[in-house]
Ligand binder design. Sequence first.
Ligand code: FW2
Length: 281
Amino acid sequence: MEIVVPIVTPFTSDGKIDETKVRTHVENLLKKGVDIIFVNGTTGLGPALSAEEKRKMFDATIEVTDKVIFQVGSLNLSETMELVSYANKKDLIAVASYPPYYFSIPKEFIVKYFKDICSKSSNAVYLYNYPSATGKDVDADMVKEIGCISGVKDTNPDFAHTLRYKELGIKTYNGSDSLAMTSMASGLDGTVSGAGNYAPEILNQIRESLRNGDVGSAIKNQFVLIDLVNLTKRVGQFSAIYELVEEFQGYSVGYPRDPIYPLSKDNSEKLREEARKIWKK
Ligand code: FW2
């Protein structure tokens, strides 16, 4: 029952990565029971980062922990390969990638993309599958065809879809906040939760309740998480995470990157007030 958090990327007001804030955030999450840090995911605004910025995020994180999954995907395979080679010199859990998105490409290209990454990587290679965002579903059959994927984060409301990967015997996580409890209770390896940036305690409580057989309490906390996530979606889910880290964890993780704009003062205040009513920490 591992808790994986796809961390935000903290930017300064002039758009640079604030590595001190990355380290502070990672240290705090680990203290609060998070097992693995996923860098450059969706919550980390991965598609909006340059290769150099992705590497910076990885470097700042690995200074604190080697329990890292390093998302290296991009639409430019040579940049991805540079990051894969860079990671070969380090000790980490895995490199990961979403499939090439945006372009309409045949399945064979996606299979080759992952095989190419595997051929260059001395680390484990994980798939980040997020069909509703990338427009591509790299399902268990494709993973079998690729043949070298050893873990997957499936951000997918269809839990049976996620379970199919587990059948292949690879590390399997579901990445939907609303399925955090299900992912931990069902024999998957754990959950990947963006809400874990600001509410690692809730994920930890869900896990503790499950361990103690207190399903009622686990469900209650799952709904607190769902209510918080739904609240963030009303104002801009990814921008709101920056606000709620400060609100609930007590330190700043800086700014998101435009066009994931920071919230207006008014929206920020309303969000925080509503969030405090949902989660009486
Ligand atoms: C990531 C995640 C979580 C997201 C989810 C989107 O990389 O940020 O997929 O929070 O709503 O895995």
